[in-house]
Design a protein. Sequence first.
Length: 364
Amino acid sequence: MEDDEASIEYREWQKYLQSNLREQQQHSTTKGEAVDYLTEHDDTPHDVLLQQATRVAELLRGSKHAVIMTGAGVSTASGLPDYRGPKGVWTKRVQRELQQQQHQQQPVAGAAEAETSIFSDIALLEPTYSHKAIALLLSNNIVKHVISTNVDGLHVKSGLTRATRNEAVTMASILPPSDHSSLATQPHVTVSELHGNMFVEECATCLRQYYRYPRSVPVPSNSLFEHGTKGTCEQCDKESIKNNMRDVIVNFGNTVEQVPSMEHEYDRAWSHCKRADVMLVLGSSLSVPNACDLPNEFLDIEQDNEAASSVTEQQTVSPSNKHLVICNLQHTPKDALAEIVVHARCDAFMQLVMQQLGLPTALP
């Protein structure tokens, strides 16, 4: 097959799925049984969940710098369709484009419009209970920062503040790798969006970012490696540089070459993880690089490139002053590192945590 863009996209998608499958086959429990990372577990007894929530509340209450990391599990309760999974929007698009090319077919009429309507519908979704609870924890200074791999913008809609590109560049210039105290220079930035935001456009010329919600939603690109949105920057509104806007979504195989802002988002997240003493992961499979490496960074656990997203039993020794908690319906490759592993829906567990913290459990 010709080595064109469609086949490259398909290989990136296959690489992701094969990597997860390989982890499922290679990882094992102490009994030597294969670990199932696909099955959801939503049958934890209430008294066990309450005990876990009580411990998490204690950890949060006693922390000096707690961070929360969120994945798709905090948003699915809002009705959001899956984005990167086997039945996700991008997965279906790559499969369809490859099939069309193999059989020299014309694009299916209305398919791209259907995908765009799915993304447009995101503007109608409301933050879940977990989003609102996280916002309340931030406003009460119990949690210092949120790291998210979601692109739905629901954290911002719930009241969290993202950085503009200019602020991110400023931070990168003043934050040496070993200096985590410089985080105080961005106290108003409460969320790092590792994979971007569906409502943000960036000017490729002046790097100015625009938060479009709810007036306009950037149209998803027709390729994993193309990010142009056909918009024009208000700051650079000149005939010679029209159509210079791009989205900031990090797709399969993307690097800083395609999405320059991803480096600054990850650097900020990494810095908060190094400073943190409590890390609560909500609704993440912890299987997508490089976000999946953050629990290791938080715990100061060395890892080589080959095992960057895996954990062995010998790697479970973590600092006594650092506490990792994972709440996810499925097992994750990082469960062995966690002090507490919760199998429950994020909203249900967060309601118990808020109750144990003495905070309102009925959120508007």
